[in-house]
Design a protein around this ligand. Sequence first.
Ligand SMILES: Nc1ncnc2c1ncn2[C@@H]1O[C@H](COP(=O)(O)OP(=O)(O)OP(=O)(O)O)[C@@H](O)[C@H]1O
Ligand SMILES: [Mg+2]
Length: 238
Amino acid sequence: MTALFSLEQVGVQWPRSARPALQQLSLQIRAGERVALIGANGCGKSTLLRLLHGLQPASQGQLQLPNGRLRQAMVFQRPYLLRMSALANVALGLWLGGLAWRPARERALGALQRVGMAAQASHPAHKLSAGQQQRVAMARAWALAPTVLFLDEPTSSLDPHAKREVEHLIEQFTQQDPAMTLVFASHNLGQVKRLASRVLYLEQGRLLADLPVQDFFGGTLLQQHYAAAHQFVKGGLP
Ligand SMILES: Nc1ncnc2c1ncn2[C@@H]1O[C@H](COP(=O)(O)OP(=O)(O)OP(=O)(O)O)[C@@H](O)[C@H]1O
Ligand SMILES: [Mg+2]
């Protein structure tokens, strides 16, 4: 199968930054993969997501992204919600994508129902709790029926119960559309184990391990060949 995303020796340098956020990154991502990005704070996970989503240019190397016909959606580390109702936040994305306002509202309501937020549809989005805002952001992404879904630490601000619920939603999205490609950053290794088919471990902008999830967490491969990633995993599986 041909790769959706193809990176060859890619580097990213933020302006006025002393060191590159990503360096010499070579990898391919194929349709239907569930890729987890892990690594310490500042290792480059969000930068890589932004690069793949087309929000961030590469400063070095060859980068091939899917053509414009693919629908991509991203849920950011901090949800960007506009100062309008939850429903309008979700409907606006659909309307901007070319849907008339009425069907956009209907689909948006369906998406809010899907994430358990129908009762708050008319509430101002910026006054919702962090967990509720995260759900609205998930609904906004899901309503677009994306072929590629990027999630940047989708459950980091949530309590354990909400975490489990949002994770369950992500599982449902992937089960419902097995062809959907999922790329997500997470500090929760238990979640990575549950949701990913492949794990990319980054350290200071470099890709130090790229393994199928079973090989990453099981056996002695990590211990023998990927010392830094092994140390990171030894930190614990919450
Ligand atoms: N907007 C920005 N301007 C300048 N430098 C940035 C910007 N965003 C990130 N960086 C730098 O790029 C590097 C990678 O940051 P990035 O946010 O991708 O890390 P991360 O792995 O997502 O971290 P975290 O786990 O804290 O979310 C860091 O050194 C960071 O300081
Ligand atoms: Mg980040």
